[in-house]
Design a protein. Structure first.
Length: 289
């Protein structure tokens, strides 16, 4: 049995199938971990959802910001859609409600103590150790899976609060937790989130650093796979000392779709040339994801 962690698909189902064929993925034997953002921006969001759902227990996916955006749009909680959204096929599908119900019940964090790996979509603030992160994820998951989920989506968007405080309550608390798991890239050494910078390390505002570089990070020592940050792309800022494995290599922007076999830490890639487009400055183009 092999366990393969795969970066953000974002509706690039054709590339996912090519990648799985190349590694000899066997549905009866192997397992997939998916870093979230199954949907949006790519042309096959509906196919990606159906494919991953059909794998059943053979696939584990955490929720990404684009997945949550789909759920918010479907619930009528987005007044103005992004012009690059490609989720209409999901919204008009005959199995729409079944797919959305399944997606809403995915976790924000997955941890496997036997493999010694944790998976999130974006990151963890430096104040949280693994046990705290799991508790925080469970808070949001309980609301997403309960009767109050429409209210959650009505309050989900926004960058504040920027700092974790245990006394945070209500929608502010849930928004901060959600932003950490699904949107964060940079933070200050004290854990203040900077959610507007999307470029590679070295392009961020002064005083901020990649979340995994925060000194004294409570989750240091854990092995964490994550997606979301397409401009990171195996950047020199990522050291083996950090214990993190970024897997979003910008397939939707003409980069690569990447899988990491967790058993032996071997990487596998497929090129995503059909999504390449003329751009001025690759980092800024990738940052659009």
């Amino acid at each position: 049995m092999g366990v393969y962690a795969v970066g953000d698909i974002q509706g690039c189902q054709q590339e996912l199938e090519t990648l799985l064929a190349g590694i000899g993925f066997d549905r009866a034997r192997d397992h997939l971990w998916l870093t979230g953002d199954l949907v949006n921006r790519g042309p096959q969001s509906l196919e990606a959802l159906r494919f991953v759902k059909a794998l059943g227990a053979g696939a584990i996916t955490v929720l990404g910001n684009h997945d949550l955006h789909l759920l918010a749009v479907a619930g009528g909680h987005v007044q103005r859609r992004h012009y690059k959204d490609t989720i209409d096929a999901v919204l008009t599908a005959p199995d729409r409600e079944e797919l959305l119900h399944w997606l809403r019940h995915r976790p924000l964090l997955h941890h496997d103590p036997n493999l010694g790996f944790t998976m999130v979509h974006a990151g963890l603030p430096p104040q949280w150790d693994l046990a705290q992160a799991r508790r925080r994820a469970a808070e949001v998951e309980a609301v997403l899976r309960g009767a109050d989920h429409p209210e959650f989506f009505a309050h989900m968007y926004g960058n504040a609060p920027h700092t974790w405080r245990a006394e945070l309550t209500g929608w502010s608390r849930l928004r901060f937790i959600t932003n950490c798991f699904t949107r964060m890239r940079y933070c200050s050494p004290e854990g203040v989130l900077e959610l507007t910078d999307k470029g590679p390390p070295g392009t961020q505002k002064p005083g901020y650093l990649p979340w995994f570089q925060a000194p004294g990070r409570a989750s240091a020592g854990e092995r964490i796979v994550f997606g979301h940050w397409s401009t990171l792309q195996m950047h020199s800022a990522v050291s083996s000392d950090h214990g993190v494995f970024p897997l979003d290599n910008g397939c939707i922007w003409g980069g690569r779709l990447t899988a990491l076999r967790l058993d032996d830490l071997q990487y596998h890639h497929v090129r995503c040339d059909r999504h390449a487009r003329p751009v001025r400055g690759t980092p800024s183009a990738l940052a659009q994801g």
